[in-house]
Design a binder for this molecule. Structure first.
Ligand SMILES: Nc1ncnc2c1ncn2[C@@H]1O[C@H](COP(=O)(O)OP(=O)(O)O)[C@@H](O)[C@H]1O
Ligand SMILES: [Mg+2]
Length: 224
């Protein structure tokens, strides 16, 4: 088991009250699995993904990652868990518009102080895998939506994380571009990466081994 959530409870303050978003939620994820999470807008999908990625904490329950109890970590230790193990891809890409493609992808490696030469070869390898070498020197603002999403995925996987968390990664892409992104996810899955993808889109979830729906604050298994 790579990741296990047991009886997770999460609420947010809403004016004077607290609103419960997740209640006694359970999830088991084995290494190398691909999982889709569906559910209505506002039901808590992004909240769940942020918990899985160690971005936010929760009030009750337990989250185990590869034998480590993430629920017991301090915020700093959680950040370390995130840096080491987790890649995030979001709908809005969150790329740095004032840097070129190479620099955007290199950023996480500079952050962990990888030597320059290694950074260069690793970034080139990832750009090659995602077929974006030709955009290397271009500014982010000059790229199409599909190219930006490839750069965002490249930046997410450049550290070779064990899990890729994607929050509606094809939400703003046209059908053809979406297909090319799905091919990339398929390839990452075949390479053994664990994928957890939040999506509204049936064509995205049909690429995943397991599909859950977040409903009434819990995950329900839809199919395998
Ligand atoms: N930081 C926050 N503070 C307060 N409420 C939040 C916060 N983040 C999310 N929420 C609320 O939690 C609910 C679930 O949000 P979210 O996880 O973004 O849903 P989804 O991704 O399924 O659309 C929403 O009602 C949202 O307004
Ligand atoms: Mg969301």
């Amino acid at each position: 088991m790579l990741l296990e959530l047991s009886r997770i409870n999460k609420s947010f303050k809403n004016g004077k009250n607290r609103e419960k978003i997740l209640e006694n939620l359970n999830l088991k994820v084995f290494k190398g699995e691909s999982i889709a999470i569906k559910g209505k807008s506002g039901c808590g999908k992004s909240t769940l993904l942020n918990i899985l990625g160690g971005l936010i904490s929760f009030e009750e329950g337990e989250m185990m990652f590869d034998g480590t109890n993430i629920s017991k970590l301090t915020a700093n230790e959680r950040a370390e868990y995130r840096r080491k193990n987790v890649a995030f891809v979001t709908q809005n890409f969150h790329l740095l518009d004032d840097r070129n493609v190479f620099d955007n992808i290199a950023l996480p490696l500079q952050y962990i102080r990888m030597p320059k030469k290694e950074i260069k070869s690793r970034v080139e390898e990832v750009m090659c895998d995602l077929e974006i070498q030709h955009t290397m020197k271009r500014n982010i603002l000059t790229l199409s939506g599909g190219e930006r999403q490839r750069v965002a995925i490249a930046r997410a996987i450049v550290k070779e994380p064990s899990i890729l968390l994607a929050d509606e990664p094809t939400g703003s892409l046209d059908e053809k571009t979406e297909e090319s992104i799905l091919t990339i996810f398929d390839e990452l899955h075949h390479k053994g990466m664990t994928l957890i993808i939040v999506t509204h889109d049936d064509s995205v979830s049909s690429h995943c081994q397991h599909v859950y729906e977040l409903h009434h604050k819990k995950l329900n298994y839809v199919n395998s």
